[in-house]
Design a protein. Structure first.
Lengths: 175, 153
């Protein structure tokens, strides 16, 4: 009985901290969907997209946004990109947008050929250290935030998750 | 008998290590004795945590970052580098198997003495660059500074 109690405390303690941490918490992907009253405002940022236009997150207020931190060297990110392109195409007219923020150290030199090759149909920016810090440091990729129409973070996904998980969340927010 | 609080503290203390997932451990190189002539080999011992992998020196795709060991100019010149044999592994995120290294491995550098090297103790510095992932997520590329102590005969 005592052993069982101790196990519960150890596992519970570890899970409690992992839940509070934005760092990757294990080999499994991490996700947490927050109820409306517990959602925090997504930190605003201004970055430049591949065509040189300014992108401000706050300009997307009123839309559901999938904000994806990724990199060209990230295998799981490569798998997700066609999913996001599909979401952009299907849900754009319902008030939805995908924003991709690349963490590539080599900037556009690495990113432009990649997004051209993958025919990415949504806006891509290059992260700055300041933006990454605003979103918890982004220590593992992919890291994706689903943001509601009021500009609040609904869920955070660290690591590869199922396409359906994103789809269900987006569909619920667009209703 | 340890108290439940003790075990809870252990769980809390373990969390910073979680944030360092997939960080390679590089064994400190032992002093390399270098003869006046011929080639000398140095074995750099590297290990990755269980469940992690890094791209091999010859990644499967152009966009992936290769495992790379480089040495700065000094008393020795690198005459060739032998990277560990890569494994082709299939992950949840990859359509095809990709070329990776994992677990414990060695990178062997063959050195020749540079023409201007003087006998006596010295050192050589280098950099190991790698980019690691597990089956769900990837971590930013890392560079580990290496210092190789030398004794030139």
């Amino acid at each position: 009985m005592k052993t069982h109690l101790l196990r519960l405390i150890v596992v519970g303690g570890a899970l409690a901290v992992m839940g509070c941490n934005t760092a990757p918490a294990g080999s499994a992907a991490v996700a947490s969907v927050k109820p409306a009253e517990k959602r925090n405002a997504a930190p605003d940022f201004e970055l430049t997209d591949a065509s040189g236009r300014k992108v401000k997150l706050s300009d997307y207020k009123g839309k559901v946004v999938l904000l994806n931190f990724w990199a060209t060297w990230c295998g799981p990110c490569k798998l997700e990109i066609p999913w996001f392109a599909d979401f952009e195409k299907r849900y754009k007219d319902q008030g939805f947008a995908v924003l991709g923020v690349s963490m590539d150290e080599d900037g556009w030199e690495a990113v432009k050929p990649y997004i051209e090759a993958k025919q990415v149909n949504y806006r891509i920016m290059i992260a700055t250290e300041e933006v990454a810090q605003k979103y918890g440091g982004v220590e593992a990729l992919p890291t994706t935030f689903i943001i509601d129409r009021e500009g609040r973070i609904v869920s955070t996904h660290i690591g590869l998750v199922m396409k359906k998980d994103y789809e269900d969340e987006i569909a619920a927010l667009l209703r | 008998m340890k108290s439940p609080l003790f075990f809870a503290s252990l769980a809390l203390m373990a969390t910073p290590a979680l944030a360092q997932q997939c960080a390679a451990t590089v064994a400190e190189p032992v002093k390399l004795r270098v003869a006046r002539q011929g080639l000398t080999g140095q074995h750099l011992k590297v290990s990755l945590p269980a469940g992690c992998h890094a791209n091999s020196s010859t990644p499967s795709e152009a966009f992936l970052i290769p495992l790379r060991l480089t040495w700065n100019p000094g008393a020795l010149e690198a005459a060739g580098t032998e990277y560990p044999k890569a494994a082709l592994e299939k992950y949840e995120f990859s359509e095809k198997p990709i070329s990776v290294v994992s677990g414990q491995f060695e990178i062997v550098t063959k050195f020749r003495r540079s023409a201007t090297a003087q006998p006596g103790p010295s050192s050589l510095t280098g950099k190991l660059r790698y980019q690691a992932c597990n089956d769900k997520m990837c971590f930013p590329p890392k560079t580990v500074e290496i210092r190789l102590p030398l004794l030139l005969e």
